[in-house]
Design a protein around this ligand. Structure first.
Ligand code: ADP
Ligand code: ZN
Ligand code: ZN
Length: 809
């Protein structure tokens, strides 16, 4: 048997499978989707098996050295998917495959083998097998490779032993075992025998009698530490009973449950609203018979989309199929998870970046082994290795975080479509502000559109008041709070209602400027200004991490009038306290949410009424649901509007709608105050009127006129190097070749300096291809990109390719 292996060589020109022979000892373990280690030139590399074959054309074929996992981490579907990703995103197949497995598996090689108590007691009729067991017993835990080397024919003993529960194979990460086992104590004899033993034990063994008595009443396994604590007995007591053969000690695998200790109250089902029922009926039709059924729910915030997800999910599970729910990382709150765990209990696995790697691996394994039916997570959960997917949901499908901003630069929306096609599944996008791309598809009938334009229980949409900050300035108000916002805050404080204050970080990082000469402190390695961090009085670069202490004199002119400008969340917090003495502010930003669990803690505090104001950045815009919030203040609604990005208007509309959606979701009427310097802009006007349809018409017109997605597709090429003349020369050469191969109707823009022209001392140039949605151009371009690898080797110039870019910087 031969394995075709994609090896870990990070260059595109070796991105093809290599053949290796599979030694007999590894035969049962090497399958499509297995990770193996193989000889490659003088090195030993990791790789993925993408195909098995009876024959090979290679003359002197080398052999697979080892297999990393007992069960292959990837399915055949994923292997196929990686091939598609590679072609679509111009990345190596290895990078695509690697992105599909949990991080712990990306680095770990070691496996170790040990015996369970059944294994210790096992007596084989075969002398060789007996020797094999003896060998493990004397050395356990023993490294897998060493064992295979010693017993090349041990494969079937291993597989049989594992199946029969005599042998445990564990994956090691660093020096930690990823699989956590717990020690349990259980009866080793029948209940009658236990009762007899209890009677027969001498009086002096009172402790032992107590332990036996426990097992007579609870004839079951129990955690060893729990048993000792419960009966207040010592280890020796238990050991004595084990030695006498009444009890035994067992190591069992324990999944770390990140939500352990929390109870998930079953959530009661409401009768559906008419709109919910219509959507549910429509999608259910698409599920019977199972077929690829792409659809989009355009539902205003609070229209009950999540309730629809739950119902469709339940029907999917009833069909015997599985479901993935993707939500943006910051919406992945316990509150959100509770709604699903409350309905589906243990059938839910949650993949969360705040979990430890080991915890995430555990969740992933439950999916891989078919022990759960639902996976919930952020972007990478799109790769949940289910075998019988019936449903993929992307909540807030317009979110930028569904696009991975490093290789492979995939979009979860696209992967969802690939997987949906493969499994003939429902692919459901949901949003209050669908992306232009998805809504355009819906309008052209390529995906089914469902609209929910009413809030549950006819709760009104919040009233949005636009405040012109230029007017405020004219009237002499130089603070960051307009008159109406001040009044509204005072009103809520008096009524003891809560508020959310939103600051868009992008436009508002704080920088240090000299008032005498205008000097702005910038990063010496990147072309951006440094951000001021008040807590430790330092200036930090957000791209490379460069840090320096706060200057007291201007390095240009020596003036003392150098200080920080702009409005960070810390500054707003101070201003709030100054304006409204005694106001309780809960601030959420990167500084206050760094520690594990801090994010959740702050939200919990706010929910319990420990703060009047929740103040934050993007983090607080999404998915949060607080009954007592009746005022949302957006301090600068237009700060996204001036970004050099054709999606600026779309982003602004989305952000305002999202933030506004936080107000008045419950009984109390909500109000939103939008402060802006661009009162007339259509995205601000229309967002304030909750008018997505008109916004779409207006925005799609702009896209059409300027020829931007969804009327074309983009590929962004970015070159980086320390040397400007070199980069210009190479970028132009590359662009020249590109121009020759792109079809008529496609355009090439650039090369030009990137909006951020330097990062970490590397200069950045970019060019962009705009083409009609014809995937036939991709292979030719990918060939050019691969060929550019020679330049990288010769000069160190780097080229990154971003297909369907979301960020234009
Ligand atoms: P969305 O996801 O569209 O923002 P949710 O599904 O979170 O909306 O619903 C908003 C609120 O209304 C939630 O508190 C939810 O429990 C409640 N809700 C949803 N559907 C119903 C219904 N049919 N009857 C009563 N309450 C509902
Ligand atoms: Zn100066
Ligand atoms: Zn920097």
């Amino acid at each position: 048997m031969y394995a075709r292996v994609i090896v870990d060589v990070p260059v595109v020109d070796t991105d093809r499978p290599f053949d290796y022979a599979v030694p007999a000892a590894l035969l049962p373990f090497v399958r499509v989707g297995s990770r193996v280690s193989v000889p490659f030139g003088p090195r030993k590399l990791q790789g993925f098996v993408i195909e098995l074959a009876e024959q090979t054309d290679v003359d002197r074929v080398k052999a697979v050295l080892d297999v990393m996992d007992i069960e292959p981490p990837l399915t055949e579907e994923m292997v196929e998917l990686a091939r598609k990703m590679s072609a679509r995103y111009m990345c190596t197949q290895y990078a695509a495959l690697q992105s599909m497995i949990p991080a712990v598996l990306r680095s770990s090689y070691e496996k170790q083998v040990s015996l369970t108590s059944a294994g210790m007691a096992f007596e084989s009729g075969l002398m060789d097998e007996q020797a094999f067991y003896q060998h493990i017993k004397n050395r356990q835990p023993i490294a897998w490779d060493a064992l295979i080397k010693q017993f090349p024919m041990a494969a079937s003993w291993l597989t049989d032993g594992m199946k029969a529960g005599r042998i445990i194979v564990e994956q090691i990460v660093g020096d930690r075992v990823t699989k956590k086992t717990v020690t349990v104590i259980e009866p080793a004899v029948s209940l009658e025998q236990l009762e007899m033993a209890k009677v027969e034990l001498p009086k002096s063994a009172a402790r032992q009698k107590e332990v036996l008595s426990h097992f007579v009443h609870h004839y079951a396994a129990i955690d060893q530490p729990q048993l000792l604590a419960l009966l207040r007995v010592s280890n020796q007591t238990v050991k004595a009973l084990i030695d006498k053969g009444f009890l035994r000690r067992e190591e069992v695998e324990n999944y770390r449950d990140p939500f352990a200790g929390r109870t998930f109250a079953p959530v009661e089902k409401h009768p559906f609203t008419t709109q919910q029922q219509t959507v549910i009926n429509g999608i259910s039709e698409g599920m019977n018979p199972p077929q690829y059924y792409p659809c989009l729910i355009h539902g205003v915030t609070g229209s009950g989309k999540t309730e629809v997800y739950l119902e469709i999910m339940e029907r999917t599970i009833e069909q015997g199929r599985e479901a993935i729910l993707l939500v943006p990382e910051i919406s992945l709150t316990p509150q959100m998870v509770n709604r699903f765990k409350g309905r589906f209990g243990d059938q839910v696995a949650v993949m969360h970046s705040r979990l430890s790697q080991g915890e995430r691996y555990d969740e992933w394994r439950k999916i891989r082994r078919g022990q759960v039916k639902v996976a919930i997570g952020a972007r990478s959960a799109i790769f949940a290795p289910f075998r019988n997917l019936g449903l993929i949901i992307l909540d807030e499908e317009h979110e930028g975080s569904y696009k991975q901003e490093e290789t492979p630069r995939y979009h979860a929306r696209t992967i969802a479509q690939y997987r949906g096609l493969y499994h003939q599944a429902v692919v459901l996008f949901g949003s209050a502000t669908p992306s232009m791309e998805s809504y355009h598809e819906a309008q052209r009938g390529r995906i089914h559109l469902f609209t929910m334009d009413e809030r549950v229980n006819n709760r009104p949409m919040p009233v949005v008041n636009i405040v012109d900050m230029r007017e405020e300035l004219r009237e002499g108000n130089r603070t960051m709070f307009s008159k109406s916002l001040v009044e509204a805050i005072e009103d809520r404080l008096a009524k003891q209602e809560q508020m959310v204050m939103f600051l868009n970080r992008r436009g508002f990082s704080t920088f240090v400027m000299c008032r005498s000469c205008g000097y702005v402190a910038g990063c010496p390695h990147c072309d951006i200004s440094l951000t001021y961090h008040r807590s430790n009085r330092t200036l930090r670069c957000h791209y490379c991490g460069y840090t320096e202490s706060e200057p007291t004199l201007c390095p240009e002119c020596g003036s003392e009038h150098i200080r920080f400008f702009g409005t960070g969340t810390q500054k707003v917090e101070e201003e709030l306290s100054r304006h409204f003495p005694g106001i309780r502010v809960i601030r959420m930003d990167v500084d206050t949410t760094g520690r594990k669990g801090a994010h959740e803690k702050l939200l919990q505090d706010f929910r319990e009424g420990k703060g009047d104001v929740l103040l934050g950045t993007q983090m607080i815009a999404k998915g949060l649901d607080f009954p007592n919030v009746t005022l949302v203040g957006v301090l600068a609604a237009d700060s996204t509007l001036n970004l050099p990005d054709f999606r600026a208007a779309e982003r602004t509309f989305q952000l305002i709608t999202q933030v506004g959606g936080r107000a008045g979701r419950h009984e109390k009427q909500g109000e939103v105050i939008l402060q802006t310097y661009n009162t007339e802009h259509y995205s601000i006007q229309l967002a304030s009127r909750h008018d997505y349809s008109t916004f779409f018409v207006e925005e799609i017109k702009q896209r059409y006129e300027k020829n931007y997605p969804p009327y074309c597709r983009l590929i962004l090429f970015t070159f980086t190097h320390e040397n400007v003349p070199l980069i210009v020369k190479k970028a132009e050469q590359f662009a020249g070749k590109l121009r020759q191969i792109i079809p008529s109707g496609a355009f090439l823009l650039g090369p030009v300096a990137s909006p951020i022209a330097r990062i970490k001392d590397r200069y950045r140039f970019q060019c962009m291809v705009k083409y009609k949605n014809d995937p036939r151009v991709l292979p030719d371009i990918y060939r050019l990109v691969r060929a550019f690898d020679d330049e990288r080797k010769k000069t160190g110039i780097m080229l990154t390719v971003d297909v369907d870019p979301q960020m234009m910087m």
